[in-house]
Design a protein around this ligand. Structure first.
Ligand code: NAD
Length: 257
């Protein structure tokens, strides 16, 4: 019989970035449902405040491309909490452009939010993570940590770098009892890709994704609860692809045999 208590987040203290909408919002809601106290942060004031108010949880409005805002999150949470059990680096964005059209600022903003901020949050929260009895860091990467998305080079690079950050930190932090893993979503119905889904057509994604459809944000919650929980006590340095088999579908024809 599995010990279901090991999947509980009862009593854990978590922080989720980009928690005002999309995948981050679903994860914050799921964590609260599993018993955690969750700090929410987002650049979006209205969405963040409203999600946090509904959950009865604290919210910090912050722009993760700004070093001062990252410091402020760390200071505010550290002033209130003695430990941090779960850190979810979920906030992210992309800037679609082919190589000839990239402005330096496009590269910078994607790098700052998708990769630099997670690194600095882990660094800044180290004292609180060390104070936890088994902290878990979850970085939301993407299938594009492993395979490129056309005309989305800064995003691809940022997610590959974030995945390598996870591997590096698994080596460095696991001896201290801090686990770190990635969740690699495939195509999830959210703001970041709503236009692409509409332009390319759901019917195409339904063909390309073995499970036969794009994901809903709620389908990222189970993997996040698992990695956050003590049930994953021996899992570190891994990417849990929650992609409906998308990555496995390089050969797309089927033989009638
Ligand atoms: P989303 O756009 O709904 O959510 C992204 C969140 O990040 C938003 O709340 C946004 O306000 C926040 N954010 C953006 N810039 C920020 C900044 N400068 N400072 C602070 N917060 C900022 O999209 P989503 O799909 O929910 O994305 C969540 C994560 O999932 C991202 O890291 C994204 O790369 C990843 N992901 C999404 C998909 C997908 O298909 N939707 C696939 C793979 C990976």
């Amino acid at each position: 019989m599995p010990d279901n208590d090991r999947f509980s987040l009862e009593g854990k203290i978590a922080l989720v970035t980009g928690a005002g909408r999309g995948i981050g919002k679903a994860i914050a809601e799921g964590f609260v449902g599993a018993g955690a106290k969750v700090w929410l942060t987002d650049i979006l004031k209205e969405e963040g405040e409203s999600t946090a108010a509904t959950l009865g949880m604290p919210f910090v409005q912050a722009d993760l491309s700004q070093l001062g805002d990252i410091d402020r999150i760390i200071e505010l949470v550290s002033a209130e909490e003695k430990r941090l059990d779960v850190l979810v680096n979920n906030a992210g964005l992309d800037r679609l452009a082919s190589i000839g059209k990239f402005a330096p600022e496009d590269l910078d903003i994607v790098w700052y939010v998708n990769c630099r901020a997670p690194v600095l949050l882990v660094q800044g929260f180290l004292p609180l993570l060390r104070a936890s009895q088994g902290a878990s860091i979850i970085n939301i990467t993407s299938v594009h940590e492993a395979i490129p998305h056309p005309q989305n080079l800064s995003y691809n690079m940022s997610k590959a770098a974030l995945a390598m950050f996870t591997k590096s930190m698994a080596q460095e932090l696991s001896p201290e009892g801090i686990r770190i893993n990635n969740i690699g979503p495939g195509a999830v119905e959210t703001n970041i890709n709503r236009e692409i889904l509409a332009d390319i057509g759901h019917e195409n994604f339904n063909k390309w994704i073995p499970i036969g459809r794009v994901a809903q944000t709620s389908e990222m919650v189970g993997p996040a609860i698992f990695l956050a929980s003590d049930a994953a006590s021996y899992v570190t340095g891994a990417t849990l692809f929650a992609d409906g088999g998308y990555l496995q579908n390089l050969v797309r024809y089927r033989l009638d045999v």
